[in-house]
Design a protein around this ligand. Structure first.
Ligand code: ATP
Ligand code: MG
Length: 415
């Protein structure tokens, strides 16, 4: 019996991977032009990093981590997200000393033990970016605009930026109490999950997907109306700076992020085409996190894009990203095959994808393969072509033929 992949772990095959490469390259180019540098952090970290970084009472830490002891009994975790490892690396390598502002991005697999379904896997990929050292709301607007631009330039339609503020250590507890007072008055209308959440994490009730819960909390007090002076003016400035940059957003005061470290600005990019798992990217400001993990007091802000979800939206835009050979060299006879081997090799070294027949198949079968691969040009080479030095170049897209000199093959197919 064959061995299959583990549930929730996917293969990304040729035909699909081109979209990933397209999106990753667009992200890389964009982030680097905003001054972000790539950082590569390990996939495995000490469990404690995530428990302290993400917070004990979060869904991720409570029930979603792949955690196990190593051979010496030390607890290890496959990273469920990238921010905590990047913050760890920032502190460990004293990166704050190099410049007042540090801008980093990362990409790679994350692991969460969730129920696999469309848009939700146990191994999934994220591209994320983090900016350390700027408290000013200019950073929030810049990072959000950069993120929005990525979706624009990859042709993804219907990606909408939603923002919120979760307040700070001063105003959030006061708001929580206000919210709790309200929730108690409608507790009997909430789903069993929310009734449980009520006491330890009342904010999560606000983004429950259950229709009954969203109806019942329609008139809940809004955090935006209950921010302290500092958080309120920060939020106002974020909005003003987004307007300056021409970035369109909407305010979603019910957006509650699942990670404890967020303060002030939080945001999501949502897209209705995704169905029920509609967030394609998410993030926020985490001013206390660097200090909590043992580093110097440093403000921070970042986001992570879910690549499976982003890539599935590229499919919807119908972009054709499939790679195809520039030339297929079909051959008749041993001498022609040798010639083709060399011609192909030289084209490949010039960066042109040319294909040949390896096994001496019939011309019909070779041409069928050229067609299937989507080759833009094809040429048939036999003894007479080699001795005359000329051949018929078939344009497979326009269905036209042209006699060419074999010495000009490269130039003819490299358009
Ligand atoms: P969700 O509300 O969908 O559970 P989250 O709050 O857990 O999201 P984050 O931790 O902020 O998500 O991760 C950022 C992005 O990573 C999400 O918006 C989503 O696109 C993607 N993501 C998160 N979990 C998964 C998963 N299990 N499979 C695929 N993508 C995921
Ligand atoms: Mg989640």
């Amino acid at each position: 019996m064959g061995i299959n992949a583990i549930r929730g772990f996917n293969d990304i095959l040729p035909g699909e991977v081109e979209k990933w490469q397209f999106f990753e390259e667009a992200a890389r180019n964009l982030f680097e032009s905003f001054g972000f540098s790539e950082v590569r952090v390990p996939i495995l970290e000490k469990t404690e990093l995530f428990v302290r970084g993400i917070g004990e009472a979060t869904d991720i830490v409570e029930k979603e981590m792949f955690t196990f002891p190593d051979r010496h009994g030390e607890m290890m975790t496959l990273r469920p997200e990238g921010t905590a490892p990047v913050v760890r690396a920032f502190i460990e390598h004293s990166m704050h000393a190099a410049d007042q502002v540090t801008k980093l991005y990362y990409t790679g697999p994350m692991f969460r033990y969730e129920r696999p379904q469309k848009g939700r896997y146990r191994q999934f990929y994220q591209i994320g970016a983090e900016i350390f050292g700027v408290e000013n709301p200019i950073a929030d607007a810049e990072v959000l605009s950069m993120l929005t631009e990525l979706f624009r330039r990859t042709g993804i339609k219907g990606a909408e930026l939603q923002i919120n503020s979760l307040g700070c250590k001063e105003c959030r507890p006061l708001y929580k109490e206000l919210l709790l007072d309200f929730l108690k008055t409608i507790a009997d209308k909430l789903c069993p999950d929310c009734q449980r959440r009520l006491n330890h994490n009342p904010l999560r009730v606000l983004d429950c997907k259950n229709d009954g819960c969203s109806d019942a909390t329609k008139d809940a007090p809004s955090i935006i109306d209950n921010l302290c002076e500092r958080c309120n003016s920060h939020f106002k400035e974020v909005k003003a700076n987004l307007d300056t940059l021409g970035t369109v957003y909407s305010i979603n005061h019910r957006m509650v992020r699942g990670l404890d470290y967020y303060q002030k600005t939080t945001f999501e990019i949502v897209c209705t085409a995704l169905g029920s798992q509609n967030a394609v990217a998410a993030g926020g400001r985490y001013d206390g996190l660097v200090k909590d993990l043992g580093g110097p007091e440093t403000p921070g802000l970042g986001f992570a894009i879910g690549l499976e979800r982003a890539v599935s939206l590229i499919e919807l835009t119908g972009k054709s990203l499939l790679k195809r050979p520039a030339l297929f060299i079909a051959t008749v006879g041993e001498q022609a095959r040798k010639w083709a081997l060399k011609a192909k090799y030289e084209l490949n070294l010039k960066g042109i994808w040319a294909e040949i027949d390896y096994e001496g198949k019939s011309i019909k079968s070779q041409m069928r393969r050229a067609d299937k691969l989507g080759a833009r040009f094809a040429v048939v080479i036999g003894d007479s072509e080699i001795s005359s030095g000329s051949a018929i170049l078939k344009n497979m897209v326009e269905h036209s033929d042209k006699e060419i000199n074999l010495s000009s093959l490269t130039e003819k197919v490299s358009i």
